[in-house]
Design a protein around this ligand. Sequence first.
Ligand SMILES: Nc1ncnc2c1ncn2[C@@H]1O[C@H](COP(=O)(O)OP(=O)(O)OP(=O)(O)O)[C@@H](O)[C@H]1O
Ligand SMILES: [Mg+2]
Ligand SMILES: [Zn+2]
Length: 314
Amino acid sequence: MSSKCSSGSCGSKSETCGSAKKASVAQQETAIQSSLSKIKNKILVMSGKGGVGKSTVSTNLALGLANRGYKVGLMDVDLHGPDICRMLNLTENLRQTNSKGLVPPMAYSDNLKVISLEYMMENRDDPIIWRGPLKIQAIRQFISDIDWGVLDYLVIDSPPGTGDEPLTISSTIKDAQAVVVTTPQEVALADVRKSINFCKHVKMKIVGVVENMSGLVCPHCREVIDVFKSGGGERTAKEFGLKFLGRIPIDPQVVMGGDSGQPYLSSDADSPAVKAFEEVVTNVEKAMAGKITLAPVDAGCGCGGVCNPDTCDC
Ligand SMILES: Nc1ncnc2c1ncn2[C@@H]1O[C@H](COP(=O)(O)OP(=O)(O)OP(=O)(O)O)[C@@H](O)[C@H]1O
Ligand SMILES: [Mg+2]
Ligand SMILES: [Zn+2]
C-alpha cells in the first residue's frame, strides 16, 4: 500500500512519513539514555492524594542532598501545578541552547540544578491545555533536551495520583525509585496503598515511605504535639515490607519557607522539622547508592559530557 500521509500536509507516502517519525523517536530515546547514563540515582516523589507535601519533600530532599556535597537535579513534572520555582524563588526564563544543543537547567546553587515547565514557557501566566501525549512528550524532553550533566541524584516531583506523569517516568526512567509521601490520616493512607500497588504494577522499586504533617511543632516551646494520631505511615510501610524514611511534623515555618521562596533546609531554624527532614535525607542516602562512580566524563575526553561512542572513549 502506498497511501498518502493522512495529515495531508507533508505530501509524502504514509510509510515514509511514519518512518521519519520513528527515526525522531529513536533519536530522542538515544538522547534520553545518554542523559540518564550520567545520573546515578533517580527518585520519583509521589503520593496518592494531593497536598500531602510532595513538593515540600522533593525540594528539601534535593536541597539536603546538595548540602551534603552531592550533585543533584530537581525536576518538576507537575505540569498542572508546578510549585518548585516558587518554593525556590527561581524566576529565570529559558536560556538559549548551549554548544551541545541542550538547554542548561536553572542553577539554584553549585550543587543543585532545577528544571520546571515554568522555566520552559515564555509567559508563565499562559494557560496550557495538556493532553496525555503532550505531557508525555514534555516529560521526555525534560530528560532528552536538558543538559543535566553528571548527577548523583535526580529528584522528580510529580502531581498526585498514578496518571500520565508517574507512568511516563516509570517507562522512560526504568531505574527510578519511588519515595511515597503520606499524612497520618486514614484517607491518605488508603491512597498510599494505591501508590504502592502502582509501583508494584510498573515494577518500580520503592525507597520508602515519608509521613509528613505528623504532629505539630508548638510555636511557643518548639515541642511536637501529636494532634492527629501519627504512626500510620510507619505501620503502612511495615505492612508492605517497606522502609520508613521518617516523620515530619507540621511546622508553620515550613509553610512560610515554601511561600516565601526560601526552602526549609536553607533556613537555619532550629526546629524538630529541620531535624526530621535531615533524618529523611540520611535515610534516603543510606537506602540508595550514593555518589556516582562513573569516571567524570567532562574531564577526560573533552566531549563535554555528551559522548558520541563513535568518536570518544569516555
Ligand atoms: N511539614 C509541613 N509543615 C507545614 N506545612 C507544610 C508541611 N509540608 C507541607 N506543608 C505545606 O502544605 C502545603 C502543601 O504542600 P505541597 O505543595 O508540598 O504538597 P503537594 O503534595 O506537592 O501538593 P500537590 O498535590 O498540590 O502537588 C504547602 O503550602 C506547604 O508549604
Ligand atoms: Mg506539588
Ligand atoms: Zn508549647
